[in-house]
Write a protein that binds this ligand. Structure first.
Ligand SMILES: [Zn+2]
Length: 213
C-alpha cells in the first residue's frame, strides 16, 4: 500500500483532502493532534506520558512525536496505507520521521496542495465558527454578514487567532520551516503538487489522477 504525507498551508483545505483521500483510497490518517488525544485516553505507558505532558501544558517535543509515530507504525501493517497530516513541519522533524519510515520500510509520497499566501489569507480572514455546534464556515459559505449559524442558529464568531497579523505569522512560519521540507521531497522525486485554489472536488480529482499516473 502507498503512504502519503500531506503538505499545505493553513487554508489550503489539506485536512479536508486528507479525509476525502483516506475514504477513497482506504488509508488510515495519522494526524498528530488526533493521535495525542487518542493516546491520552489510553491506559498505556506512552498514553500516560502524553497525558502528563498535555496536562502540564507543555508542548510535545519532536522526540515524543516520533515515539508516537513509531508506536503507530508498529501497529500498522505495511499492507495498510497511511496518510500523514501535520508532520513533518520542520527539517529536524523531517530527518527523524524519514528515519522512522526507513525502520518500517515505508516510503511515503508527499502531496503538496499549493496556495499563495494572499489566497490563504483571504480564505482564513473570511472564516467564522459557530459557538454552539462548532462548524467552521468559509468565505464561500456566504456568511460575511451573518451573525448566526445557518445550521443550528448558534452565534457565529471570528476566532481570536484569525486576525490578519496572527494569520500572516502562521503563514510565515510555514514558509520558513515547512517549505524547505517540501523541497527535500521534490529533490528526491517524491512530490506531487496540486493547485489548491480550485474547488475541493477538483483538487481531489487532480490528486487522484496524479497518484494513479
Ligand atoms: Zn451551529
Amino acid at each position: 500500500m502507498q503512504d502519503f504525507i500531506l503538505f499545505g498551508m493553513q487554508g489550503s483545505g489539506k485536512g479536508t483532502q486528507g479525509q476525502i483521500l483516506a475514504a477513497k483510497l482506504n488509508l488510515q490518517v495519522f494526524e498528530t493532534g488526533g493521535q495525542l488525544r487518542k493516546l491520552a485516553a489510553e491506559d498505556s505507558d506512552l498514553g500516560k506520558k502524553v497525558k502528563g505532558i498535555i496536562e502540564s501544558g507543555n508542548l510535545v517535543s519532536d522526540e515524543v512525536v516520533m515515539e508516537i509515530v513509531e508506536n503507530f507504525l508498529k501497529k500498522t501493517p505495511a499492507t495498510e496505507g497511511v496518510i500523514f497530516d501535520g508532520i513533518p513541519r520542520s527539517e529536524s522533524q523531517y530527518l527523524m520521521l524519514e528515519g522512522e519510515f526507513e525502520k518500517f520500510n515505508r516510503k511515503p509520497t508527499a502531496l503538496y496542495i499549493k496556495l499563495t499566501e494572499e489566497e490563504a489569507l483571504k480564505r482564513l480572514l473570511g472564516r467564522k465558527t459557530c459557538s454552539k455546534c462548532g462548524k467552521i464556515f468559509g468565505s464561500k459559505d456566504n456568511i460575511a454578514a451573518a451573525t448566526s449559524c445557518p445550521v443550528c442558529g448558534g452565534e457565529l464568531k471570528i476566532r481570536a487567532d484569525d486576525t490578519e497579523e496572527a494569520i500572516r505569522t502562521r503563514l510565515d512560519v510555514y514558509a520558513a520551516q515547512t517549505l524547505p521540507v517540501i523541497e527535500k521531497y521534490r529533490a528526491a522525486g517524491r512530490l506531487i503538487e496540486v493547485d489548491g485554489s480550485q474547488p475541493v472536488e477538483d483538487v481531489t480529482t487532480e490528486i487522484l489522477s496524479q497518484v494513479e499516473a
